[in-house]
Write a protein that binds this ligand. Structure first.
Ligand code: ADP
Ligand code: ZN
Ligand code: ZN
Length: 731
């Protein structure tokens, strides 16, 4: 930076947030001739690298001699500075999640290319009034297209006119046409507010009016609590229309990329064009375009995964969180945050409405609605008028199938009936692969992951034993690795592949489809398969939770839950809530449009409260009991919870470190610290994990406490790691 020194001393300094795990910002000198404001995006030297960052403060009072500081190496003058609302949001998220603010900022600065000015491309245009020496038919076609005065790329024009490039070159040589610079991409088509509207049902209308009435009032949260198929989507489409009417941008968060496809099509039917998509599967080019479009306001509506919460919207005015209860909204790596909760925060900080939608709201949102913090809109009936599915339990102790089979006779005859009628069945089992456990019948050897405390799962299509936690896999051996017996390995229990095998055996004529995240061919293939199901191109679908959510499968009449007890096996106090939500969602796929849907729950515990609540359709009683239990135990949302997870390659050292961390906890009234205990998964990827849980009443400033605790705690050394998880999913 000697050049700048020659120009004279630069006297401005700025603190810059950089995307690394340090507690605060670093201070830099601003090169002479450059201006920065809070939010300006910059590049700065950091050690031996250069990293993207954002100015967080100008002229901070650091007391450092500016001459000792390094210079900002680049100021992105073409990118809009990160506005005050988004900066406050970044700080808020960092403060809440106890993550370094730079790591939160990292989620904003997702595309370096998007910060560059958009490079124009060369276009050709008719120089008005000029005519060629000879007007051949080919030349006439070209000039006809250019008659409106607009510019085209050469290849685009040649294609449109059906001529070779030499025709255009000829016209350029005669200076009838000229080359100009034009924008690389035309602005995306805009959603049309009144493109096509359905007549809302009275309950939908009440909800839509109520939510649209919130735009005047500043921040608000509305919970659309509506049964599966009640038309929640149509209601929040009205909220999006209202945001657009007010010149605001809107964001819709969905828990699963697989849900975007159907959403895009429905949005197009309603608004005449697709919204922008933002998630891990979009191409780098789309990423640049959407980031820019969101920042300059050309993109009006985004549908995306949780990370879209950190996009630099020009003027965001609404966030919708669909399937708000879904645990996929919680991110657990690096910055561990709940996108649902942070959506509420973003709306609150910027003063706009947030809409949460679910057929099975989270306990947290139910309590917030009960206590009047959220508005609640109930949609008790399906929009089509179809009745909710008729559910029944199959007591596997007395009505189960024969050994080695997984579909009970009662379910089997229902499938037969539905198949004969030409309708669809979904068999739901939340277990990927063929069998969850493989063992040797001679010596009892069980196949376990060498890196995790988990069994290896057989995947028969791939002929592999796979660990679902770290991805480790091995070939299925012919002989037992422990006693060397041949052909003694037995698969225990079912996975979706095994149920599919049984279905193929029982219904050889049926078109079957297995839908799980193991699908080969990535998200595109998955979308295609979802569409096949939607259009009735499969008779029997065997699927994991991937098919449980949000999808609208008009021909699906029957849902059979192969193992309704599966999620209840954990000791986790959230297990009942999560299982209830999952099973209500999945059985809600049945008969959505035409009614007459049926659901079967295969269970060994038909008297379990979750099963009883599902059968009696008495959601309120179930929620009331769950809420009472949480209140009595002081668990969220009545108490606040932070988990500290300590891990390391050596079990003894990890446990000793966890104990040392516990000993460093400052004394505090009203606070309970549990543990250290082995985490639910005691070993993952070769790391042994111990967990400490801090539980405190709502009024307790748990973040401040944990911050003080961590500054007093011994540093992790020798491959040890310490991670903080605020509001953990598992208690
Ligand atoms: P949800 O999001 O509550 O599960 P959807 O919005 O997907 O429900 O609606 C379920 C079905 O009902 C869809 O096929 C949708 O097109 C239809 N639908 C929703 N609202 C109406 C309405 N007011 N009139 C007619 N059909 C509707
Ligand atoms: Zn053996
Ligand atoms: Zn593993």
């Amino acid at each position: 930076m000697a050049f700048n020194d020659l120009l004279g001393p630069a006297d401005t300094i700025a603190s810059v947030l950089v995307p690394v795990a340090v507690p605060g910002a670093y201070t830099y000198r601003v090169p002479a001739g450059e201006t920065v404001v809070p939010g300006t995006i910059v590049k700065v030297p950091l050690g031996s690298r250069e990293v993207l960052g954002a100015v967080w403060d100008v002229e901070p009072d650091t007391g450092i001699d500016p001459k000792k500081l390094k210079y900002i190496s680049r100021v992105y003058t073409h990118a809009r500075p990160i506005d005050a609302d988004l900066r406050r949001f970044v700080d808020w998220v960092a403060n809440w999640t106890l993550a370094p603010p730079g790591m939160v900022l990292r989620m904003v600065l997702r595309s370096e290319e998007a910060l560059e000015p958009e490079a124009p491309v060369a276009g050709v245009r008719w120089v008005s009034g000029r005519q060629p020496d000879r007007k051949t038919p080919a030349r006439a076609r070209v000039l006809d297209i250019l008659g409106d005065g607009l510019a085209w790329t050469k290849t685009g024009l040649a294609h449109a006119a059906g001529v070779s490039a030499s025709v255009i070159d000829g016209l350029l040589a005669q200076e009838v046409l000229e080359v100009i610079e034009m924008p690389a991409a035309p602005p995306p088509p805009q959603p049309q507010i009144d493109y096509s509207r359905v007549a809302l049902t009275p309950a939908q209308q009440v909800a839509a009016d109520g939510i649209c009435g919130c735009f005047e009032k500043g921040p608000s949260v509305s919970l659309i609590d509506g049964v599966t198929g009640s038309g929640k989507t149509e209601v929040y489409f009205e909220a999006i229309a209202e945001a657009l009417r007010r010149g605001k941008q809107a964001l819709v968060l969905v828990p699963e990329i697989a849900l975007t496809e159907q959403f895009l099509r429905r949005f197009e039917q309603r608004f005449g064009t697709y919204p922008a998509e933002w998630h891990s599967e979009i191409t780098p080019k789309t990423r640049v375009r959407v980031w820019r479009g969101v920042a300059n306001g050309e993109v009006r509506v985004v549908i995306g995964a949780r990370s879209s919460l950190f996009l630099p919207f020009l003027d965001l005015g609404l966030i919708v969180v669909d399937e708000e209860h879904d645990t996929a909204f919680k991110q657990d790596d690096r910055v561990s945050y709940s996108a649902r909760d942070m959506a509420v925060v973003r709306g609150h900080l910027s003063g706009f409405p947030v809409v949460l939608a679910s057929a099975t709201p989270s306990i947290e949102s139910r309590v917030n609605a009960d206590q009047g913090r959220y508005l609640r809109f109930l949609l008790p009936d399906r929009a089509s008028g179809a009745a909710l599915p008729d559910l029944q339990a199959i007591d596997m102790r007395v009505e189960g199938p024969e050994r080695g089979r997984w579909i009970a006779p009662a379910l089997l005859s229902a499938i037969r009936h539905v198949f004969a009628e030409g309708d669809q069945t979904l068999l739901f089992l939340n277990r990927r692969g063929y069998a969850p456990l493989t063992l040797c019948r001679t010596c009892g050897h069980r196949f376990q992951c060498p890196h995790c405390s988990a069994w290896l799962v057989e995947h028969r299509f791939q002929k592999r034993l796979v660990c679902h936690h770290c991805g480790h896999f091995e070939k299925v051996p012919d002989t037992c690795p422990s006693c060397s017996s041949k052909d003694t390995l037995a698969a225990c229990g079912p996975g979706v592949e095994r149920v599919a095998e049984e279905v193929a055996d029982l219904f050889p004529q049926a078109r079957t489809l297995v839908l799980s995240s193991d699908i080969q061919g990535g998200p595109d293939r998955l979308r295609r398969e979802m569409k096949i199901v939607e259009e009735g191109g499969a008779d029997i679908v065997i699927g994991t939770q991937l098919v449980a959510k949000g999808h609208n499968f008009p021909k699906m009449k029957l849902v059979g839950v192969i193992d309704a007890d599966l999620g209840l096996a954990h000791g986790d106090p959230r297990a009942a809530e999560k299982t209830f939500q999952l099973l209500a969602q999945v059985t809600g796929r049945a008969g959505r449009v035409t009614g007459g849907g049926r659901g079967f729950l295969q269970t060994y515990a038909p008297d379990q409260p979750v099963i009883r609540a599902l059968l009696s359709a008495d959601r309120d009683a179930f929620y009331a009991a769950e809420i009472d239990a949480r209140r009595a135990a002081g668990l969220p949302p009545f108490g606040r919870l932070v988990a500290i997870v300590v891990s390391g390659p050596d079990k003894g050292l990890a446990e000793a470190y966890a104990r040392a961390v516990l000993r460093s906890a400052p004394p505090a009234q009203d606070l309970t610290i549990l543990g250290p205990a082995e985490a639910a998964l005691a070993m993952v990827r070769g790391r042994h994990r111990y967990r400490l849980l801090a539980l405190a009443p709502r009024r307790f400033d748990l973040q401040a406490y944990i911050r003080a605790w961590l500054s007093a705690a011994p540093r992790p050394v020798k491959g040890l790691r310490l991670q903080v998880d605020v509001d953990p999913q598992h208690f």
